[in-house]
Design a protein around this ligand. Sequence first.
Ligand SMILES: [Zn+2]
Ligand SMILES: [Zn+2]
Length: 153
Amino acid sequence: MTRRFTRRPSPGVYSVSCDACDFGLHAMPARAFVLGPEDRRLHLPLPFRPDSVERETGRTWGEIVRTSDVVVELAGVCLGCGDLNFILRDAVPKSGVLGADAPPCKSCGGRRFYPVVGDRVFEWPWKRRPPDGDDVCPRCGRGRLVTRFWAII
Ligand SMILES: [Zn+2]
Ligand SMILES: [Zn+2]
């Protein structure tokens, strides 16, 4: 069973924690960047302010958006090592399911991720994920990961 990534992340900070041990982290469900000079990734600061990106690229935010130069990455917790990864949205298949074709974790090379916010959690952040999910805690291997809405930024 694999998790589905939402393709419309909402702003805000979520906590992901294990219901059996002290594993936990806070994360935004997504982040975005614009490719700048020499292919440098210019990450958009939050709360959203495009000024620095406009300065670096010499283009207005409107131009950047019109040419689809904003690259979105979705946050996922590696189920192998627990590290937070950001996965290019274009690398997530249309189905939203990440399996063997997922990009490798930057720390351990694993390809299984727990999306910080998935389809169902996006709509119902206070509900538990379904019990058949791919969400076994990477630290203790017994508990299940749970996402809770934490704060609006
Ligand atoms: Zn990993
Ligand atoms: Zn645990």
